[in-house]
Design a protein around this ligand. Sequence first.
Ligand code: NAG
Ligand code: NAG
Ligand code: NAG
Ligand code: NAG
Length: 458
Amino acid sequence: MVTNFLQNHHLQNSQFLLPKRQFVTYALYALIPLALFHYLLFNPVATAKKPVVVVQVREGAAVIISSHHEHVRVNAKQLPIPPSDQGDEVLKKDAKAEQVAAPPPPCDYSDGEWVPDARPPLYNGTSCATIKDGQNCMAHGRPDTGYLYWRWRPRRCDLPAFSPDAFLGWLRNKHLAFVGDSLARNQAESLLCLLASRSPPELVYRDGEENRFRRWAFREHNATVSIFWSPFLVKVAEKAEHAGVRHNNVFLDSFDERWLSRLGALDAVVLSIGHWFLIPGIYHDAGEVVGCHDCAEFNHTEIPFFGMFKQAVHRTLAEINRRHVTGGADKNKNKVVAFTTFSPAHFEGEWDKAGACNKTRPYKNGEKEAGYTEAEMRKTVVEEVAAAAAAAGPGLRFAALDVTTLANLRPDGHPGPYMRSDPFAGGAGPRVQNDCVHWCLPGAIDTFNEILLQTITS
Ligand SMILES: *[C@@H]1O[C@H](CO)[C@@H](O)[C@H](O)[C@H]1NC(C)=O
Ligand SMILES: *[C@@H]1O[C@H](CO)[C@@H](O)[C@H](O)[C@H]1NC(C)=O
Ligand SMILES: *[C@@H]1O[C@H](CO)[C@@H](O)[C@H](O)[C@H]1NC(C)=O
Ligand SMILES: *[C@@H]1O[C@H](CO)[C@@H](O)[C@H](O)[C@H]1NC(C)=O
């Protein structure tokens, strides 16, 4: 039935096709952890009873209807997709605009190395109550602790250790929101634990069924931290296997108002998406299917997801700019929008066997380059953030949290089998599920928030 739906929306261009080698690289990346991604990205949060997607069969065609939020249309003419042959032109223009409008940041935190550090983490599974079960590695019996004793040392400057006082001082009378997928949540939960080492957060709101929307208050500081689930930033009808929908249906021309409608009340936003673009998806724009990833069963030409990712990022940042201006921004406020770049996974070994990440030390510099997919996803965010910064009006600042390199060097930072408690308790049974996408708490992702602190207070 979904097939019929798609047959009415034939792909009409092939401008997103990559050269063959690149295609193979990214296709392989998509294949390797596919089964694992499915498990990791969906199952831990797939407890919703409420169907997100309703599939109605009508006159032989399936119509996919989102049962949730408003479908807000954007005038596609305002935000044209640059044809691929003009891409360079657009980038050159952005780069020029960047030179004029955005001075270089005081420190390039993205370039550096991991060095041993004897200081213990600010929190652990005992002292912090909000660590998600699947990331509570110590409590789940992870035997090695060496991964906790590293700090990121930028090459040309200093990255101060995280200061809960400095962060809470900045956050006084403010609201900071993390928006994105489960890595956004992972980073938010790291921050909550770091701040909890000084002041206990109080959960003041949560979405009843999935914990996908939560808000905490730090009463002493009148500070608020919240998490909004939005794995594409734009609107999506998430896949629903029980209803026979294997693909996410992403609407590039519709914003996700579940978070974007709150923009006016937010003082800082941390955006973090990427991994959901690697799993099967159908991309819609102006009522047509413009891209399809992992769609062999529909006989569609495979379309790389990079262009779709760029569109989602570009349109979201442009809309933040637009709403900031038209929303009558408070001149006394200075809103910060930080965008965390792609956080690489580390499934290693033979993908059809273990797919594990059992390293216990960081890579040395140069030992492991970021893969093609990771590098492309990172570059897209860096470029789009620079373009948005160049276009930003007063009282609005954009920054990239460029963590891809430092995260790529931490194969030892993931839960691996310790996403579950005592994974080897039953002896060497059938193969153990590994999480090599998210990060143990405490752990390497705490560094993302050290950089966030420097970014928002700079
Ligand atoms: C956890 O943190 C608390 C508070 O800092 C500390 O007292 C305790 O020793 C830590 N536990 C472990 C296992 O590190
Ligand atoms: C508390 O913080 C909110 C923003 O989260 C702000 O609107 C409000 O004015 C603050 N209250 C006081 C008393 O400053
Ligand atoms: C896809 O193509 C194959 C081979 O040409 C054909 O057998 C199959 O029916 C097609 N599937 C759809 C959904 O059109
Ligand atoms: C990690 O996994 C590889 C491949 O499965 C294995 O050869 C190696 O012994 C493992 N290392 C540790 C420390 O368990």
